[in-house]
Design a protein around this ligand. Sequence first.
Ligand code: ATP
Length: 243
Amino acid sequence: MNSLLSLRNVRAGYGRAVVLPDLSLELKEGEALAVLGRNGAGKTTMIDTIVGVTSQFGGTICLGKRRLSDLGPEQRARAGLGWVPQERNIFRSLTVEENLTAIAIPGAWNLKRAYELFPRLQERRLNLGNQLSGGEQQMLAIARALMLNPKILLLDEPTEGLAPIVVDDILKILLKIFKSEGMAGIIVEQHARRILRLVDRAIILDRGTIVHAATARELLEDDSILEDHLTVKKKVHAPRQTL
Ligand SMILES: Nc1ncnc2c1ncn2[C@@H]1O[C@H](COP(=O)(O)OP(=O)(O)OP(=O)(O)O)[C@@H](O)[C@H]1O
């Protein structure tokens, strides 16, 4: 299958600080990739760099044959990146339906399909963004990104801060989007095992560098890799010397 997204030797960060020293990555059509890593590993920075809201110091990012590196975030969204940031940037003073239609790009994803996937949003269609629960806001953020008819959906910690029952709902919806609909995507997630069932492959980042890449199945079958790279190691204190 053809490469849909490619990052070649990307160097990026915030202001003048480099967080990703040299990142290379390929995503194929229809492929879903999880980005794992401890706090501060650079997962959000990677997504932010792809969508164009960090400083990119070097390397290239291409969507198909189109070079994204010189485009701003809005142009990248129009080129095919559907971004669901950690802070779920929905319009709080617009209704659910206005949120969905305000920035929509015509295509296979339309209001009818969005409501089929998220019946809860149809029930709440006339409520304002700020009247929604956290889970409903997350659903709206995902549905809004789909209404851009993206080539790739980029999700930054889609289950963060949600009640367990809502997490299950969101995971079921993501499973449909990636496994049944065959959407390509990149999902940042703190809870590795939670997300590995939805994706094809995963990378593990540490200090902005890919330290492990594997299929989701390999990671699910071998606990030691996740253990080694993701658990927070306790400091072993040497016994105090006494005089
Ligand atoms: N806006 C910013 N300005 C400067 N440095 C930042 C900014 N955002 C993040 N960083 C730094 O970049 C590094 C990577 O952070 P990033 O948020 O990408 O990690 P992460 O893997 O997503 O972690 P988390 O799971 O905690 O969100 C950290 O050292 C962080 O302090």
